[in-house]
Design a protein around this ligand. Structure first.
Ligand SMILES: *Cc1c(COP(=O)(O)O)cnc(C)c1O
Length: 469
């Protein structure tokens, strides 16, 4: 949650109040609960009017999360609105649906034994990553305690991760060893990974669909490097795969890539249902290879149909709607449907990559190849591009036509590299992409005749930034 500072509660000046236009007598305070009741319809209008100030979600090419829902999903969300996901006893069929999805995902991610894999739904990938990370941490602690070894200095080795792993490390007192990117290498490679690992390493987290570029990390290679390390030193290092985006993409569109439970070192996988799982917001999952990979001391017990059900979660109450909608999508689309929807997104991303490259001044960093990453395009300005604008200026200007195309610098050691990224999701097809290209060309023309004399920087367009930093 964003943390908000509170505002002055006493409002005497006009600016501090909101008005309903049809009745100027009707005055509402902005930062204080109004004293009196109001007409629901009038308030609804006010709230809706205020929301017009938000950007248009369908033109938001920054976010990874779903912005398109069909009518049936809306119907399901309504049914699920007042069902609390935690009340397994009161809503046993909802619990059964969650259980079925976990099995479907264990199967999709090539669990060696569906009967002994275990998992849960979550509010999103962040919660799922926290749970995967915590289980990893506790496995390491248990092993160290059994060997009578020090447990005071745990560290976690990762590539360029999403902010949730920084949170995980800070909240639980674990040293984050995030391998720095360098110009031209924007992921974790086996050699640099090995340099950071020691006996205090609780595990390695790699990402299937990096936030910064959209690329998949070379998970199979990393896993083999860890096998070699074990042969040489006896250090047995577990992997958690943050497959927030890729977990619902690679199985359908790049089934040959080995990133999942086919690699024995992979003990847990997390993914966002509300990204490429095509569920509405509020839906994620984490699955462990085997019930033994989830330490018992992390599990709590709730009543379930008069029986006992184990739960592992950070949240307690949570709406069931997004999970039921996920179930609907899995049943409705099936394997072929997911493949079709996602392949269309890849096609659009690749079209954009080609068109952007043709402009001559941009270098494509990731081109939306389904065997290499998610349906996204990432580019930078060529070093020798003779232009008067930078990518922050460019992003800002595109926003005047409603397009949110974030520009940002890469993390440390590559932070002199500024990139721009488009994420293609369901609902953003070739026709919209060609409209975007027209606006991109129009913007370049504009900059030809209007030279930029004072550049914007990262802070100026911070609201456009969606890198999870
Ligand atoms: C989006 C994302 C997250 C966080 O997921 P939420 O579902 O937004 O909580 C974590 N890791 C990666 C790689 C992501 O892309």
């Amino acid at each position: 949650m964003m943390m908000y500072k509170t505002h002055k509660f006493d409002h005497k000046v006009d600016e501090d109040v909101i008005f309903a236009s049809r009745d100027s007598e009707f005055i509402l305070p902005k930062y204080k609960i109004p004293k009196e009741q109001s007409d629901s319809k009038a308030i609804l209008e006010i709230v809706k009017d205020e929301l017009f100030l938000d950007g248009n979600a369908r033109q938001n090419l920054a976010t990874f999360t779903q912005t398109y829902e069909d009518e049936y999903i809306k119907e399901i969300m309504e049914i699920g609105m007042n069902k609390n996901m935690i009340d397994k006893d009161e809503y046993p069929q909802t619990a059964e649906i969650e259980n079925r999805i976990v099995s479907m995902l264990a199967d999709l991610w090539n669990s060696p034994n569906e009967l002994t894999s275990i998992g849960t739904s979550t509010v999103g990938s962040s919660e799922a990553c926290m749970l995967g990370g915590l289980a990893m941490y506790h496995r390491w602690r248990m092993k160290r305690i059994a060997e009578d070894k020090d447990i005071s200095k745990p560290n976690l080795v990762t590539g360029p991760v999403q902010v949730v792993w920084e949170k995980f490390a800070r909240y639980w007192g674990i040293e984050l060893r995030e391998i720095p990117m360098e110009e031209g290498r924007y992921y974790m490679d086996p050699d640099s990974m090995l340099e950071y690992i020691d006996e205090n390493t609780i595990g390695v987290v790699t990402t299937l669909g990096l936030t910064f570029t959209g690329e998949y990390e070379p998970i199979e290679k990393l896993s083999h490097a860890l096998d070699k390390l074990e042969e040489k030193t006896g250090l047995d290092i577990d992997m958690h795969i943050d497959a927030a985006s890729g977990g619902f993409l690679a199985p359908f569109c790049a089934p040959k890539i080995k990133w999942d439970f086919r690699l024995p070192r992979v003990k847990s996988i997390s993914a966002s249902g509300h990204k490429f799982g095509l569920a509405p917001l509020g839906c994620g999952f984490v699955v462990w290879r085997d019930v033994n990979d989830l330490p018992d001391d992390l599990i709590f017990h709730v009543n379930y149909l008069g029986g006992d059900m184990s739960v592992f979660q950070l949240n307690f109450s949570r709406p069931a709607g997004p999970i039921i909608a996920q179930y609907y999508q899995l049943l409705r689309l099936g394997f072929d449907g997911y493949k079709k929807v996602h392949m269309n997104c890849y096609k659009t991303a690749q079209y954009l990559a080609k068109e952007i490259e043709k402009l001559g001044i941009f270098e494509i960093i990731f081109d939306g190849n389904p065997n290499k990453g998610i349906p996204a395009v990432t580019w930078r300005l060529k070093e020798d591009a003779e232009v008067s604008f930078n990518l922050y200026d460019f992003a800002d200007k595109l926003r005047s036509r409603g397009w949110l195309v974030p520009a940002y610098s890469l993390p440390k050691y590559a932070d002199n590299v500024v990139v721009q990224r488009i994420l293609v999701r369901q609902g953003f097809g070739l026709d919209m992409a060609s409209l975007l290209m027209q606006d991109i060309k129009r913007t370049l023309k504009y900059f030809e005749t209007h030279r930029v004399v004072s550049h914007l920087n990262e802070e100026d367009v911070a609201s456009l930034n969606h890198t999870g930093r």
